[in-house]
Design a protein around this ligand. Structure first.
Ligand code: PBG
Length: 326
């Protein structure tokens, strides 16, 4: 027998010992549940590439949110699936009086004042070009887009959203939105900035869900290059200076180092977005019985918190909250 001073396995002997030495926990109130919203009534459409995730009309969304809240989820991020006939170059439906997304925000906030509601601020769900900004001669215009984003943001704030989620990656949009909010008296409305949003293949199923894929080209002139780290730190510095309340990294699974680096560099809360493709991968492999999807899910969620995320946006939120946990 060896005289080993250190035997790390002593801290892994019993279940109780492993609990004592466990460093990271997943908490339901740290998970943000995405909800895809539709106009109309009594509609619940499953998204083919995201099994278990549905587009919901107002009545169904209210019911769904009520159940999620009862299960311990406290926060929701909302995305509209807009009919193609309502899309145009400037995304004008996004601030229209008739917009069903704004109507559902009002209904959710009225029924569940304690729920944290986070919006999506970007043109792509409303744009006939399928881009996050205004397109002119094949180019995505930065400054002209900011004006439109501010209109959208103010409409969302007026509807009662708690936190705006600018996902467009235009330069200067956090400061522009902060000024617009403050100018209109919405000083309590927060901004969760998509700080480091990469041009990623992992958004595929989401674009199916909203039918929001770009009609031409890709998003590489505004979303970030997956090869870059210092660029993420630069974006974090700018968003912080411009008044962001949260910094977000997106996607999450292939960007754990970015989560870790931004968390270390910042005194703001860091959120990561466990995107549609990351959800779909686990679901698909699970359906084929190539891995245990529940264990893979929990291992992945744990990794986000271990990397330094304060909260995680995940399509697994509801499923996680429903499953038996301590
Ligand atoms: C677009 C937006 C996207 C997602 C959230 N907001 C897609 C994109 O940038 O094309 C993706 C989320 C996901 O894949 O789960 N404003």
């Amino acid at each position: 027998m060896l005289y080993l001073r250190e035997r790390p396995r002593r801290n892994r002997t019993l279940h109780g010992v492993r609990a004592l030495t466990e460093e990271t926990q997943i908490r339901r109130d740290k998970l943000i549940e995405p909800l895809f919203l539709l106009d109309g009534a009594n509609k619940s459409e499953e998204i083919t590439s995201m099994p278990g995730i549905f587009r919901l009309s107002e009545d169904k969304a209210l019911l769904h949110a009520e159940q999620s809240l009862r299960l311990g989820i406290k926060s929701f991020i909302l995305f509209p699936a807009v009919d193609d006939s309502l899309k145009d170059k400037t995304g004008s439906y996004s601030w229209s009086e008739k917009n069903f997304y704004l109507r559902i925000i009002r209904a959710l906030k009225k029924k569940f004042p304690e729920a944290v509601l986070i919006s999506d601020v970007a043109l792509d769900p409303y744009s006939s070009d399928g881009h996050d900004g205004i397109v002119e001669n094949g180019e995505i215009l930065n400054d002209a887009t900011l004006e439109v984003l501010a209109k959208m943001a103010l409409a969302q704030a007026a509807a009662g959203i708690d936190i705006l989620g600018p996902s467009d990656m235009m330069d200067g949009r956090v400061g522009y939105l902060r000024d617009a909010l403050d100018g209109a008296g919405f000083t309590k409305t927060g901004i969760m900035s998509y700080t480091a949003k990469y041009a990623s293949a992992f958004y595929g199923p989401f674009r199916d869900a909203l039918q929001s894929a770009p009609k031409f080209g890709d998003k590489k002139t505004y979303q970030m290059n997956p090869a870059n780290t210092t660029e993420a730190l630069r974006e974090a510095r700018l968003d912080t200076a411009e008044g962001a309340d949260y910094l977000m990294v997106k996607p999450a699974l292939a960007y754990l180092d970015i989560i870790h680096r931004i968390k270390a560099a910042s005194d703001l809360p860091v959120v990561c977005y466990n995107v549609s493709g990351e959800y779909a991968m686990i679901k698909a492999a699970g359906e084929k019985k190539w891995l245990d999807p529940v264990r893979a899910r929990d291992e992945m969620l744990l990794a986000f918190f271990r990397a330094g995320a304060d909260a995680v946006i995940t399509y697994f939120a509801r499923e996680y909250a429903e499953s038996p946990h301590p």
